[in-house]
Ligand binder design. Structure first.
Ligand SMILES: Nc1ncnc2c1ncn2[C@@H]1O[C@H](COP(=O)(O)OP(=O)(O)OP(=O)(O)O)[C@@H](O)[C@H]1O
Ligand SMILES: [Mg+2]
Length: 254
């Protein structure tokens, strides 16, 4: 039987009087690449903030590896092996690519709680790990370059590196190809495929071609509810989904 890694059940969240997540259900299985799609403002990023512990839900449950995490703070959820990147840029622009990844590696190992002595002894491993991550991102040539001077596509690749630096079991990526050219999008797709091997991926994406190429399964969020989950073919032919998208984006992938 396929193991469920993430299970969101009947989750709700309001901001003031605006009900944004309205009983959302979602399951992601081990090793699966799962896309979350839906119209602008449907609540996709909000759902990511809830899953990653950045904001608190009002009711419902979020289980990761069978453990209830809806009341856990973000740093503890990250330590449990659920990492995320942000829709907005989250890098240290006046540090090098290497230093950024090394910081993410240090955090993922809970270095703040370590003694200086233990930190010094693990530094070499951490440096090696940071270089491995840069290698997997094809960013070794900019290892010592200030991140603020990298191209937009390189910065977004580095953000994914920050998310995978701690070897998480599951990664959440919010619109990793937003603002990219077609060629950059294709490179990013290949990168996401390779760095998520052996992990579960939940990715928010508006580029339907990317979604259909990457995802094993897709869930569709509309007005804070998942209205359909299935294979790309199942979702594309679902009448409710076609209605939500007015038939356009799904019927004719870019
Ligand atoms: N902190 C907040 N306070 C008040 N309203 C919020 C807050 N965060 C999000 N919202 C509202 O919740 C709704 C859903 O926003 P969210 O960013 O989750 O949508 P989304 O599906 O990610 O959209 P997009 O595809 O445009 O990124 C929007 O109407 C937004 O204005
Ligand atoms: Mg969003």
């Amino acid at each position: 039987m396929t193991q469920t890694v993430l299970e969101v059940a009947d989750l709700t969240k309001s901001f003031g009087r605006a009900s944004i997540i309205r009983g959302a259900d979602l399951q992601v299985t081990a090793g699966e690449r799962h896309a979350l799609i839906g119209p602008n403002g449907a609540g996709k990023s909000t759902l990511f903030h809830l899953i990653s512990g950045r904001i608190a839900s009002d009711s419902g449950s979020i289980r990761f590896n069978g453990q209830e995490i809806s009341a856990e703070p973000a740093h503890r959820i990250a330590r449990l092996g659920l990492a995320r990147s942000f829709q907005i840029n989250n890098l240290f622009l006046n540090m090098s690519a290497f230093e950024n990844i090394r910081l993410a590696t240090l955090w993922s190992q809970g270095v703040r709680a370590h003694s200086l002595w233990r930190m010094a002894s693990s530094l070499r491993n951490i440096n090696d790990k940071a270089d491995q991550v840069l290698e997997s991102l094809h960013l070794m040539r900019v290892r010592n370059v200030l991140v603020g001077t990298l191209s937009y596509a390189e910065q977004r690749a580095l953000e994914i590196g920050m998310a995978i630096a701690g070897d998480p079991r599951m990664v959440l990526l919010d619109e990793p190809t937003a603002g990219m050219s077609k060629a950059e999008t294709e490179r990013m797709l290949a990168l996401i495929r390779s760095v998520t091997i052996g992990r579960s991926l939940l990715v928010i994406e508006h580029d339907m071609q990317m979604v259909f190429n990457l995802a094993d399964r897709i869930s569709v969020l509309v007005y804070g509810k998942v209205i359909a989950t299935g294979t790309p073919q199942e979702v594309r032919s679902n009448p409710q989904v076609q209605e939500a998208y007015l038939g356009s984006a799904l019927g004719d992938p870019k």
